[in-house]
Each structure stands twice: as structure tokens, then as C-alpha cells.
Design a protein around this ligand. Structure first.
Ligand SMILES: [Zn+2]
Length: 304
């Protein structure tokens, strides 16, 4: 990333960081910001960098991101190299020692959650695969959301010990509400156990594992690699064999190939955002699942 750097950085170096009463938290994604908000309430300030309607693997870096990071007390990242294409240079250029990887103000949310699809053989980004350290879309399992919230709670308590009891109480409340919500999500998804679906990108393995859906194929030949004609033909044949009724597409992918596949197989193409902020009405972590499960259950019912 090239930013008209000299001027901006000279400005940054001279800028005193405002001493704010509450920790200033920056998160890589809106999902993480939503979870920090649950735990931190008004005892933290939180802002996300990537928007929920953007592909989190490929975010266009802007100078304003560096300014946000410059004044952060805590940076929470998804990790597993999800942000490797855009975040590391921003962290370096922020010139903020507190949030450098390994520092107290850097929290990798992937370290305490359940990670799927950890490669057993050698996989590198040179092969084009954007999931070299396992699947980074792990927030789509509510139990992982709970674990992220717990890690955030512990981190905030260390940064702001005077508010530790508030963070603990807010975490407990979030945990309760999540548990209640899981009951209704389980009920809504129960009729579709074992249903075969196809997705564009490998965004949904944690979700499908949690709610017992069977993903039998992907529009991308590998994560991050655009569809190829030969792969698409194989996928169409497989979807016909498996009678797949629904194809999920994240909002940031071109619909041309999915729609062609839908016409060929009769599968319904369902655009489904995998993140908070993916649609205006999705403003909370629990709200993300409410939205996704409603849309998905309706489509699976129609596709059955
Ligand atoms: Zn991905």
C-alpha cells in the first residue's frame, strides 16, 4: 500500500495521542467490533476497519485507517492470515507500539476458538489459497463468538482494571442471551439437518458444522481462486447428482457464475452476508445469526 506517507507520518509523529477516559479499541472487522461492544458497553470506544459488506480478505487500505490505529489502545484481529493482505502495513505505519503483534494491545481472536480445515500438507499463499492456517471465518459458530467475547473480556479487564467487574457482568449477560438465541436457532435449523448445500467461498464451514448442514462443493476451486469453466462444470454435475437446492453467495462476489449454475441445476442462489454490517439491519452479533438463519431456513424450505 502506498500512502502519501511522509507528510502524513510526520503529522502523526507530532500528534499527541489523546488521553481518553476509556480504552480506544479498533477491530479488523465489524463482527469483532460487535462483540467488543457487547462486553465493553460504554466503558470502551470501538471502531471497525473493514466493513461487513466487504470481502475481509481484500480490503482497500486507506490513510484514515492508519489514523484510527495510531490512537488505539487495543487492536483485535481475526487472525489466521485473514487480514494479511492489508492490515500488517497499516499496523506498522500507525507507529503505535501498543498494538504491534505480540504487544499487550494486540489481540488475535483466533487463538482461543475452534478452527476448522487446518491444512495437513503444505499450503502457502503462493498456491493462491487464502486459508493457509485453517479457516478464518470461525466467528460464524456462536460458540466461537462466546469464546471471542471471553478473550475480549479478559483483555479489557487487564487494560482497564477499574471496570473489570462491568466487563465480567456484561460478558455473563451476553453469554445468557446467546444461549437463549441458540435455542431458537437450533429449532429453526432442525428440519434441515444433513441438507446438502453449495457455497461460493469457504465462509460457512463453522456455521454448517454447528447447524449440521452438509457443504458438498464450492464455486471457487480453492479459497481465493475465481471460478474456472472446468471446475464449474464438475460442480454442476455434482449438484445435479446431490440434488442441491441452495447455493450461498457472499455479497461481494460476482453473481454471473452462481446464476449460471442456478439456471443449469435449478438451485436457488441466495445472497447471504457472513458479517455484521453486511446488511444495514445487521447491527449485532446475535442479529447476524437471526438474519442469516431466517433467510437460509426460508430458502431451504423453498428448495426442498
Ligand atoms: Zn476466506
Amino acid at each position: 500500500m502506498r500512502i502519501r506517507s511522509t507528510l502524513l507520518l510526520a503529522g502523526l509523529a507530532a500528534l499527541p495521542r489523546p488521553a481518553s477516559a476509556v480504552p480506544n479499541v479498533v477491530t479488523a472487522t465489524e463482527d469483532l467490533a460487535a462483540i467488543v461492544r457487547e462486553v465493553g458497553g460504554d466503558k470502551v470506544k470501538v471502531e471497525a476497519i473493514a466493513r461487513g459488506y466487504q470481502d475481509p480478505h481484500f480490503v482497500e487500505a486507506k490513510p484514515s485507517f492508519i489514523l484510527k490505529l495510531h490512537s488505539a489502545d487495543l487492536l483485535v484481529v481475526v487472525g489466521r492470515e485473514l487480514e494479511i493482505g492489508w492490515l500488517p502495513p497499516l499496523i506498522t505505519q500507525s507507529r503505535n507500539a501498543k498494538i504491534q503483534p505480540g504487544a499487550e494491545g494486540y489481540l488475535d481472536a483466533s487463538l482461543t476458538v475452534k478452527i476448522l480445515e487446518i491444512p495437513t500438507g503444505p499450503v502457502t499463499r503462493a498456491m493462491g489459497d487464502v486459508h493457509p492456517l485453517g479457516n478464518p471465518h470461525y466467528w460464524l459458530d456462536p460458540d466461537n463468538g462466546r469464546k471471542i467475547a471471553q478473550a475480549v473480556q479478559e483483555k479489557l479487564a487487564r487494560l482497564s482494571p477499574a471496570d473489570a467487574a462491568t466487563f465480567a457482568a456484561r460478558y455473563a449477560d451476553f453469554d445468557n442471551r446467546l444461549r437463549e438465541a441458540e435455542k431458537r436457532w437450533d429449532a429453526a435449523m432442525a428440519p434441515f439437518k444433513g441438507t446438502k448445500i453449495v457455497t461460493y467461498h469457504r465462509s460457512w464451514p463453522n456455521f454448517c458444522d454447528r447447524f449440521s448442514l452438509d457443504v458438498v462443493g464450492y464455486v471457487e476451486p480453492r479459497p481465493g481462486i475465481p471460478p474456472s469453466p472446468s471446475h464449474t462444470l464438475e460442480l454442476i454435475a455434482q449438484m445435479k447428482r446431490d440434488k442441491v437446492g441452495v447455493l450461498l453467495v457472499e455479497p461481494y462476489f460476482d453473481l454471473k457464475t452462481p446464476e449460471a449454475i442456478g439456471r443449469e441445476t435449478g438451485a436457488k442462489v441466495l445472497m447471504l452476508p457472513p458479517s455484521v454490517g453486511g446488511e444495514k439491519e445487521i447491527t449485532t452479533y446475535i442479529g447476524l445469526f437471526d438474519y442469516v438463519i431466517k433467510k437460509l431456513a426460508d430458502a431451504l424450505k423453498a428448495g426442498a
